[in-house]
Design a protein around this ligand. Structure first.
Ligand code: AMP
Ligand code: ZN
Length: 133
């Protein structure tokens, strides 16, 4: 498969590995939002969250927690953002599930996405559409 992250996992393309275990790999994003921006991937190829099985998702989030602790304890990050661009419409460029961890410092100036208030009645309408069970 012509997947850049599968090639990194297979060792065919170099990466700056931060953590590795049987099921997951964490490596530096080559174009970081801030230095230390790390990607956590399952070693098995899944395109997105829905494709991945629960056991794999659990392994990935455990690695996210480990890397997050390292960003705080060793890099001195005050916090970090965890983001998954899930499917191309959300900005996913590499079609291998990955969690971005972006270390944050107080007052680092990074602005996240804009938000706005619901119109009257709109929140209930949307909630009814997406409510599960
Ligand atoms: P996304 O838009 O969520 O699919 O993000 C893909 C990320 O992969 C981007 O932030 C890229 O900078 C990063 N990336 C692409 N190629 C490499 C690579 N060879 N090594 C490390 N990170 C990469
Ligand atoms: Zn892949």
């Amino acid at each position: 498969m012509n997947c850049i992250f599968c090639k990194i996992i297979a060792g065919e393309i170099p990466s700056y590995k931060v953590y590795e275990d049987e099921d997951t790999l964490a490596f530096l994003d080559i174009n970081p939002v801030h230095p230390g921006h790390t990607l956590v991937v399952p070693k098995k190829h899944y395109a997105n969250i829905e494709e991945a099985d629960e056991a794999t998702l659990c392994q990935v989030i455990k690695t996210v927690k480990k890397v997050g602790l390292s960003l705080k304890n060793k890099l001195g990050a005050s916090g970090y953002n965890v983001q998954v661009n899930n499917d191309p419409a959300s900005g996913q460029l590499v079609p291998h599930l990955h969690f971005h961890l972006v270390p944050r410092m107080a007052d680092d100036g990074l602005k996240l996405w804009p938000q706005r208030a619901y119109q009257p009645g709109q929140a209930e309408e949307v909630m009814k559409k997406i409510k599960i069970n």
